[in-house]
Every structure is written in C-alpha cells, then in structure tokens.
Design a protein around this ligand. Structure first.
Ligand SMILES: *Cc1c(COP(=O)(O)O)cnc(C)c1O
Length: 365
C-alpha cells in the first residue's frame, strides 16, 4: 500500500468552481465567478508588467508596502494586517491554527464552501446551521456551540445567497459566543455594500481579541487571477498567522498590482455604482420574466427558478447562447442559479435569454 492521507482527507469533496468555457462558442460571457465587471484596473496592469523585470527576486515576505497601502486606504493599523494568496489562503491558515481533530467549526447552511473544505482539512467537525430566508440565523449558530467549538465563519454579505446580516445581529453573534471561539467575518464583497450603516468587521476586531475580518482583491479590485487577499486581526492572531503561513505567500507581482489597484482613481466608487444600478436593473428584469430573485448586497444575484429541473434548463439555455452562470446545487440550492453582475450589455443578454426561456416554459406548461 502506498502513502495514505490523514483520516478524513478522502472524505473532503473537492471545491467545484464555476465553468468558464463553452464548446463551440466564439464569444463566451463568464458570469460564474463573481469577478469584477470592469476587468483589471489599468494601474494594476501596468504595475504587474513593470514587475516582470524583478521576478528573479523573492517578494517581501512581510508585504510591508502593501500592508501600509491597505492600512492607509481602509484606516487600519498595518501591523494588524496579514496578506495571503487570496483570502482562501488565510481561511486555511486560521482553520489549521485554531481548529484540528476534536474541535468543531460552525458555519451556516448556505455559507461559503471553502470553510467546509479548510475546516475538514484541519480535522474539525464542520457543523452547518439552518438559515432563515437564506440568511444566517444567529440563534441557530449560537445553539450549535459546544465545548469543542473553536471557529465560527460568517460571510457577510454571503456567497452564494447575497444576504447581509445586520450589524446588530453580527454583534449579537459575537457577544453570544464564548471568548475562546474565533469568529471569522469574511467580507469578500464589502466594497459592494451600499449601506451607510454597514461595517465590514473592523469594529468587532477592535473590540476584542477573538474576531478576524478577511478581505480580497479578487472581486471589486479585479485581481482574482493573481491570488491576493488580506485579513485584519488582533495582535495575538496576527502573530500566529505570521508563524504558520508560507513565508513568501504573496508573490512580488501580486504585491505590486495590489498597491496599484488600491490607488486606481475612482475604481471602487465607479464599480460599486455600476453594480448597484445594474444589479437592480437585472433583478427587476428577471422578476418581470417570472423568476424569483433573492435580495443581494454582492455583485451577483441568486435567481430562484423554484425547481431544480427548471434551474438546470435555464442554465442550459444560457449556456447554449454562450453565457455561463453558476449552478449552486452544491450549496444546497439546486433550484437556483447565481449570476454575476457583469457589464450592462452582458446583463441585458442574460435578461433577454431568461425572458425567452421563461416565456417558452409558460407556453409549454
Ligand atoms: C470570492 C470569495 C472569497 C475570495 O476568495 P479569494 O481566495 O480571495 O479569491 C472569499 N470568500 C467568499 C465568500 C467569496 O465569495
């Protein structure tokens, strides 16, 4: 017998990403990864190109300049920031450092699937709690806490549902958890939230020593292909992460492009304004066609076709016209499709195809 992985590893289902290719289509519209609608920020593209001549050099393992740029941009202490190869990297490190065999990790039923993979890898028992109206239920999460609980993950807004837990509820969750339980607030979509009262998590990080906020450059900053994320954490957790992470986890090109993306004039504002406008437009169009759309604070919509077969058929109809959206059966939502907010033209194409699809369904019913 050859080498065998640790117990439980072969029980982990591999992450299922969105599709990104359609055979026989020369123009494909990819709306399956929640990538920013505007592509790569021009300054980040230039910085990436400029880094090419330095690629024989190791990157700064502490990502100092990048952490300073993030700190300046978001009003945070750079000493409390840790960067990663995507926020997934940091989620893995947190699970490995704070979880382990004999411990439990709590997430909500339709929470982001990476928590389950990373938690299982660390050896944690992963507990998924029921939601209310596709929104995390704080009472259910608190009821699941046991003496073995070490980690609680909450994506806010959540992917794939788009739901946002109000600040008061997030605070109630933190207050109800034992102090030795690490709460991870995943704010991958924070920049898209258009509500004055929204706090991505920094307030709760500052309020104690047991809450971490994770962020990413993969969504609004348009750098998913580079793999760059960061977290804001209390000093004790920063210290742990800096001991366990891979010493050069963020590439030289990613650091350069990340700094430039933060400096891109008006990028976040324009992206958010486009997203809010186009998301509202597409939601209204889909509903006019007879598709239920769940409220979303992210750069995507969860379109609910009522039945798995209908969602599958809608997915096929979109794909036949070169549009790829995300099936979310793996998230326990087989009757839904997740559609990223692309350009106005891309969203108009989606609305047009879904409208034709729904009309044909009614005609055949
Ligand atoms: C996209 C996404 C991330 C970002 O992952 P990266 O590794 O930074 O690309 C994290 N959390 C959620 C909920 C996401 O949807």
């Amino acid at each position: 017998m050859g080498p065998q992985p640790r117990e439980g590893i072969l029980g982990i289902a591999p992450y299922v990403g969105g599709e990104s290719k359609v055979a026989g289509q020369n123009r494909t519209i990819i709306l399956s990864y929640n990538e920013g609608a505007f592509g790569v920020p021009p300054g980040a593209r230039a910085a990436y190109a400029a880094a090419a001549g330095e690629l024989h050099r190791y990157p700064d393992g502490g990502a100092e300049d990048l952490r300073w740029a993030i700190g300046a941009r978001f009003g945070l202490d750079p000493a409390q920031i840790v960067c990663g190869a995507g926020s997934d990297d940091l989620i893995y490190q947190l699970c490995l450092a704070y979880g382990g065999p004999g411990t439990e990790l709590i997430m909500s039923r339709h929470g982001f699937s990476v928590y389950e993979i990373a938690g299982s890898y660390a050896g944690c028992r992963v507990i998924k709690t029921p939601e209310r109206q596709l929104t995390a239920d704080v009472d259910a999460m608190l009821a699941a806490v046991s003496a073995a609980t070490r980690l609680v993950f909450l994506a806010n807004p959540n992917n794939p549902t788009g739901s946002l837990l109000p600040q008061g509820e997030v605070e109630r969750l933190r207050a109800g958890l034992p102090t030795d339980v690490l709460l991870v607030l995943d704010a991958a979509y924070a920049e898209y939230v258009d509500r004055p009262d929204f706090d991505a998590g920094a307030r709760l990080v500052d309020a104690g020593d047991n809450t971490v906020m994770t962020r990413t450059f993969s969504k609004i900053f348009g750098l998913g292909g580079l793999r760059l994320g960061w977290c804001y954490a209390p000093p004790g957790i920063v210290d742990v992460l800096n001991r366990v992470r891979s010493p050069f986890n963020v590439s030289l090109a990613a650091q350069a492009a990340g700094i430039a993306a933060l400096a891109e004039p008006g990028w976040v504002e324009a992206s958010r304004a486009h997203n809010t406008r186009t998301r509202g437009w597409l939601a209204a169009e889909l509903e006019r066609s007879g598709v239920r759309v769940w409220p979303s604070e992210g750069n995507f919509l969860l379109a609910d076709f009522g039945k798995p077969e209908k969602a599958g058929a809608a997915h096929a109809a979109l794909k036949a016209r070169g549009v790829i959206v995300r099936m979310v059966a793996g998230y326990g939502l087989p009757q839904c499709l997740r559609i990223t907010i692309g350009t106005a033209e891309e969203c108009a194409t989606v609305a047009d195809i879904v409208s034709g699809f729904m009309a044909a369904q009614t005609a055949h019913a």
